[in-house]
Design a protein around this ligand. Structure first.
Ligand SMILES: [Zn+2]
Ligand SMILES: [Zn+2]
Length: 665
């Protein structure tokens, strides 16, 4: 077993090294905040001049170290603001309302249209402001679309900064606690999404610590059937060290605030875009329950409690989440901010890669139509892979063919002067469809008809444009270097009131309407459908998955008479509009992409655990890997497991006898 230093020893060592390395900084305080160590100094110049020393120190301590000025050496807000405004170059726009001070962190945050230009060569402005005022300047790009959500997050963070610091210090105490038993084993217990799709939740147990990967709810289940197996004896909220969230889809996040309701007070680790989208989705989840006259299972209170403890981690950054667990997020290509989760357990003992939902394609085969880059395939070490298998059995038609189908439909409605209705989820497919339509219009493959975009898609799209650096290269270049934002193209109309909605419904010429919800279980899409259904010039096209039993699925299967809630009462509709499905726009890896990912993954895992798929899909995927392990580059046949919820799997240590027996099964 690896030996651990006790938390106290570790802290004492850290304090000694900090004082030794940062002598000229005039250290006035050291705090352990969540996964990082905050050092307060009286010499502001040191923050920039001593960057190299801080980096060395962080390497030595294997911890994130942030240096802040002692509040007593900072100038007042007014003086700092005046100083800052004087230094802004003429061709950079900064609205004084976009300058915010965080007293706890000693940070002044500025939104600017040209952040690089504002900061100047080598971020010169940062040094000037720091030396003159004692405030650390952080510059962010002002999002090209205004997002109410980002505003509210910023406000929330600013108001509760002190509370957040306290929460982070508690979290830090727990991460750097004295090790009690050390890493005794590595086990995983599936709480949800095993042999099924929905309610993703996986418990990782090392004997020393417990970490939860995702905390979803099944969108199609009801009551306890929608919940992960939180009643499993291995899972106890008070023993949980950390929650790590792969991405902001409901089946991965919806039960998070519930865990706070039942007493969890630890951290939630997410990427920055996931934090933003997650807040939007969870707030909407509560609102939706209220609108439908139900008692929400949690409220904004629990969501706020959670937000105070959310810790963002960028891709490819290693961070401590428990005494013996290190986390790295890498891009998963599924939706904005989506991550594969890499866990390094027990100082070199064992490494798990949780793929979560991901998209994989070979970059050289791409025609520049994708919004997000493909998932990462290279790692330091991977002993076990938890692999999603949504499309394990089925190969949808190729992406190019899907685009051709869409071209044909748009051309058709533009000739017949009909409407094309595309029901989508707010996150992922909504943005995909906007980008595809934008590209097709630019290439003149379809005419420039108005595209109405309704539902939460606007807010989510605004979040997409806040992180252009995370988009696929062609889109990134378009937004960042050519100043062209495909999401605000001239013929896109964002519907945010009933008048615009009526305009979309009653407009005379052809139009495309993209609206939520994707499975037609609610949302504005129902109003469009009710108005478009009895005209055979109109087309309803499904571009994503429809769960069994939903209105979308029934229509896709050919039902011609359906009941739809309109203005609070059920209305029977005869469906005369054309109903069709376009496959191939999926955000998940298709069967061939799943196999290609396993083939290109480096290094090769010894164990592959399949989840997030119907049993038939997972079986088919597992069989294909087993049959072609040599061609995929494995040195020995990988062990392939397909557990059910509530099963526990001991991954380490593994008795050699059991391993051999399994290989011969
Ligand atoms: Zn997803
Ligand atoms: Zn999912």
């Amino acid at each position: 077993m690896a030996e651990f230093e006790s938390g106290r020893e570790l802290r004492n060592k850290a304090v000694r090294e900090i004082l030794r390395h940062l002598e000229e900084a005039e250290v006035s305080g050291i705090e352990f905040e969540g996964p990082e160590i905050a050092v307060y100094v009286r010499n502001p110049k040191f923050i920039l001049e001593g960057e190299e020393k801080v980096r060395e120190l962080a390497k030595l301590l294997k911890k994130r170290v942030v240096v802040r000025t002692d509040p007593r050496v900072r100038k007042s807000r007014d003086v700092t603001l005046q100083h800052l405004l004087q230094l802004i170059p003429e061709d950079v726009n900064v609205d004084p309302r976009d300058v915010q001070f965080d007293e706890v962190l000693g940070e002044v945050r500025v939104l600017a249209d040209k952040p690089g230009k504002l900061l100047g060569k080598g971020a010169a402005l940062r040094s000037q402001v720091l030396a003159a005022t004692g405030w650390r300047l952080e510059v962010y790009r002002k999002p090209p679309m205004a997002s109410k959500v980002l505003d509210s997050i910023m406000r929330h963070m600013a108001i509760s900064s002190e509370r957040r610091r306290k929460a982070l210090m508690e979290i830090g105490d727990r991460i750097y606690r004295d090790v009690v038993v050390g890493t005794r084993h590595v086990r995983i217990i599936g709480l949800g999404s095993f042999s099924e799709v929905g309610r993703s939740a996986i418990l990782v147990d090392t004997g020393e610590s417990k970490v939860l990967l995702d905390a979803g709810m099944s969108p199609s289940g009801t009551g306890l059937d929608a919940m992960p197996y939180y009643w499993t004896p291995e899972f106890r909220v008070e023993e949980l060290d950390a929650i790590i969230v792969s991405h902001a889809h409901i089946d991965h996040i919806a039960s998070l605030p519930l865990l706070y309701k039942y007493g969890y007070r630890g951290p939630v680790f997410v990427t920055p875009p996931t934090r933003d989208i997650m807040l939007l989705m969870l707030a909407d989840f509560v609102e939706l329950a209220k609108r439908e006259g139900q008692e929400p299972i949690y409220t904004m209170k629990e969501i706020a409690q959670m937000m105070t403890r959310v810790i963002t981690v960028n891709y490819d950054t290693v961070i401590d989440v428990a005494p013996d667990v290190k986390l790295t997020f890498v891009n998963a290509g599924h939706i904005m901010g989506s991550a594969m989760v890499h866990l390094h357990i027990g100082q070199g003992l064992y490494n798990i890669l949780y793929s979560a939902d991901f998209k994989y394609y070979r970059l050289k085969l791409d025609k520049g139509r994708r919004l997000l880059p493909p998932a990462v395939e290279e790692f330091h070490r991977v002993e076990a892979l938890i692999l999603e298998g949504t499309y394990g059995a089925k190969e949808p038609q190729p992406r190019e063919k899907a685009e051709e189908d869409l071209v044909a439909l748009v051309n058709k409605i533009s000739e017949s002067r009909g409407k094309l209705l595309l029901p989508v989820m707010a996150v992922g497919r909504g943005q995909d469809m906007m980008y595809v339509l934008y590209t097709l219009m630019k290439e003149k493959r379809i005419p420039e008809v108005p595209v109405y975009v309704d539902g939460m898609i606007y807010e989510v799209t605004a979040i997409y444009t806040e992180y252009p650096e995370l988009l696929a290269k062609p889109v990134r270049d378009l937004i960042m270097y050519q100043g062209e934002n495909p999401f605000v193209a001239e013929n896109f109309v964002f519907v945010n009131d009933e008048d615009t909605r009526q305009e979309a419904i009653n407009s005379q010429g052809p139009a495309v309407v993209i609206s939520t919800s994707g499975m037609m279980t609610g949302g504005p899409v129902l109003e469009y459908f009710a108005n478009f259904a009895d005209d055979e010039r109109n087309v309803l096209a499904f571009v994503s998955y429809q769960a069994p039993g939903t209105l979308a699925r029934r229509l896709a299967e050919g039902e011609k008479e359906v009941e739809v809630p309109v203005d609070g009462s059920l209305k029977t509709l005869k469906v005369k509009m054309e109903v069709t499905s376009i496959e191939g726009f999926t955000g998940h890896a298709t069967r061939s992409e799943l196999l290609s990912f396993v083939k290109h993954l480096r290094p090769k895992p010894r164990t592959i655990i399949l989840n997030h798929g119907e049993p038939a899909a997972l079986l088919s995927l597992g069989r294909s890997i087993k049959e072609s392990w040599q061609r995929m580059g494995f040195e020995a046949p990988p062990e392939i497991l397909m557990p059910e919820n509530a099963e526990s799997i001991r991954l380490f240590p593994r008795s050699q006898k059991v391993k051999v027996a399994l290989d011969y099964l």
